[in-house]
Structure formats: structure tokens, C-alpha cells
Design a protein around this ligand. Structure first.
Ligand code: APR
Ligand code: ZN
Length: 286
């Protein structure tokens, strides 16, 4: 589809109408936005689900409130709760879900214009999605540095500390005498009150270029990420795969709500696209 033909609207607000739009070749720039809900099937708890969410299960860490675990000033005061959580969340013990595999399949078919994820579990990379198509809006565990002098900290040393659940300290030499910085080391995860990565703002225009938006597994409660689905032009179809309706999803004429487990919803779309076998195989081979 070239720039000036009006993007196609859906014949009806259904998965088969979305599938028809894709198989007709009229959709070429799919923008995907994801949250913790696409990794719960991998065994990683999300944040806000009432019983199973992380915020409901941090009570044992006697935090002033659950989000404090990702608050920079609290972390400086008491880094222990974060490192207890980091031991549970650290990448390496989890496998991508069928939803991750579906996004990877979109990339293989040259239909993925951009993926914006809030997740810090690096499962998008593990699913084979090309890194230049992934924006980790809330950072990730992939790298870490000192909160004081910003010196990057060694990956292997970090892995050991996280496995042991203890707090790594910066070993950067201070102006040539032999004392070290000793500052707290923190993974490059965006804490509340911190700026999102530059890449997020550099790529935000990709969300405006979408000719189809897919939102999976997020409560759309944390800004500025939560505003992404609203950046697509009004008539661009938006599909929500989520346990419940969230944000502005469902308020526009071409919104499609696929409520329930995202893996189930994605399998239904794959069936309607004729991609089911290919999807299951890709997921098995990850
Ligand atoms: N299938 C579909 N939806 C699911 C599933 C599933 N298997 N599991 C959970 N969900 C839904 C929940 O119902 C909820 O609407 O996914 C959403 C997860 O919402 P949150 O727990 O708030 O996670 P997220 O939206 O990613 O949080 C955003 O908040 O704490 C900060 O920085 C953190 O990136 C995180 C941000
Ligand atoms: Zn330091």
C-alpha cells in the first residue's frame, strides 16, 4: 500500500477481519506493544494481576508500597528488596511464549514495523526478533552500571551476584589512589522517576506509521508507554490481546478486543491467517 491510499478499515471488528487485512497484503507496517502479560505463560509473574502479580507478592519485603522496589531513592536506601526480586526475574531461566514466537513470525514475514516492550526479561531477543526492531522501553537486565559514577559493571560478576541474591558494589578506582567507588550497581532497568531510554523517544514515530497496531499483555497504566496505542492515526485498526480491556482500547471504530489468555488469542489469529503450523514450529525451535 503506498502512502496516499487510505489504510484499509476492518469489514467487522473480528479476528478474521484482521487476518483478511494481513493476508490481502494491505498491511505492511505492524507495530506491536507488549507488557508483562505475554511472559506470565513463561512463568514470570506480571506486576498488577490481583493474586499472582509481583506487587501482590512483595509484602514479605516490607516495602512502603510495592512500586518502591523499582524506586531509585528507595533503592539507594535499601537495595536488598530489588535484589531479592532480581534473583526471581533474572533472564536465563525462562523460555519465550507462543506470543513472543508470533511477533518473531511477523518479523520473519517482514511485517513487523517496530516492537515496543515494557518487559525486562529479554524474551523478545530470545524469540529471535531482530534487535533493531525491539525497543525495550523500560530497559532490561542485559547491562548494568554504578548509580553514582555510571561505570558499567561486568556481566559475569553481575550474574553471580544476582544468582546469590546479594548486592553488587562498584569497583571503579577513584582518581588513582587505591580506594574504589563502592557505589550501588543497578541493572539498566528504568526505575520510577528515571528517563526512558533515548531509543524510545527516537523511535516513537514508528508508532505513528503503523497500519495495524497489536497490543498484548499490558495494563497500559504506566506512561509514557501507555500513550503509544493512541499515536496511530485514528482509522488504523488496533487489536488488544489481554485478559481485560485496558486504556483506550475498544474506544475507536476499528478496535478489536480479543479478551482472554494472549497465547490463545494469538493462536486464533494464526489459525485465521493460515500460519498456525508455522507458528507452532517456530516456537518449538526456539
Ligand atoms: N494473557 C493475557 N493477558 C494477561 C496474561 C495472559 N496470559 N497475564 C496477564 N495478563 C494481563 C493482566 O490482566 C494485565 O492487564 O496483562 C496485564 C499486565 O499488566 P501489568 O502487570 O501492569 O504489567 P505491565 O502492563 O507490563 O506493567 C507496566 O509497570 O511496574 C511497571 O515498569 C513496570 O513495565 C512495567 C510497567
Ligand atoms: Zn561507581
Amino acid at each position: 500500500v503506498d502512502e496516499d491510499t487510505p489504510p484499509q478499515t476492518l469489514s467487522e471488528r473480528s479476528i478474521s477481519a484482521v487476518a483478511h487485512l494481513i493476508t490481502s497484503g494491505k498491511v505492511r507496517r505492524i507495530v506491536v506493544m507488549t507488557g508483562a502479560g505475554i511472559s506470565t505463560a513463561a512463568g514470570i509473574p506480571d506486576f498488577r494481576s490481583p493474586d499472582t502479580g509481583l506487587y501482590a507478592n512483595l509484602a514479605s519485603l516490607d516495602l512502603p508500597e510495592p512500586e518502591a522496589v523499582f524506586d531509585l531513592s528507595f533503592f539507594r536506601e535499601n537495595p536488598k528488596p530489588f535484589y531479592v526480586l532480581a534473583k526471581e526475574l533474572y533472564p536465563g531461566n525462562y523460555h519465550p511464549t507462543i506470543s513472543h514466537a508470533f511477533i518473531s513470525l511477523l518479523a520473519s514475514k517482514k511485517l513487523l514495523h517496530q516492537l515496543f516492550t515494557q518487559n525486562i526479561d529479554c524474551l523478545e531477543r530470545a524469540a529471535g526478533i531482530p534487535e533493531d526492531l525491539i525497543i525495550e522501553a523500560h530497559g532490561s537486565f542485559a547491562t548494568q552500571r554504578c548509580v553514582d559514577c555510571k561505570t558499567p559493571y561486568d556481566d559475569d560478576k553481575m550474574r553471580d551476584h544476582i544468582r546469590r541474591g546479594d548486592v553488587p558494589r562498584c569497583e571503579a578506582k577513584q582518581n588513582d589512589i587505591d580506594c574504589v567507588c563502592g557505589g550501588l550497581v543497578k541493572p539498566d532497568i528504568v526505575f520510577f522517576g528515571e528517563q526512558l531510554p533515548k531509543a524510545f523517544f527516537d523511535r516513537i514515530t514508528k508508532a505513528e506509521e503503523a497500519d495495524l497496531v497489536l497490543v498484548l499483555g499490558t495494563s497500559l497504566q504506566v506512561h509514557p508507554f501507555a500513550s503509544l496505542p493512541n499515536l496511530a492515526p485514528d482509522h488504523v485498526p488496533r487489536v488488544l490481546f489481554n485478559m481485560e480491556r485496558v486504556g483506550t482500547m475498544g474506544s475507536q471504530a476499528d478496535d478489536v478486543l480479543v479478551l482472554g489468555e494472549c497465547d490463545g488469542g494469538v493462536r486464533k489469529l494464526a489459525d485465521a491467517l493460515g500460519w498456525r503450523e508455522e507458528l507452532e514450529r517456530k516456537w518449538r525451535d526456539l
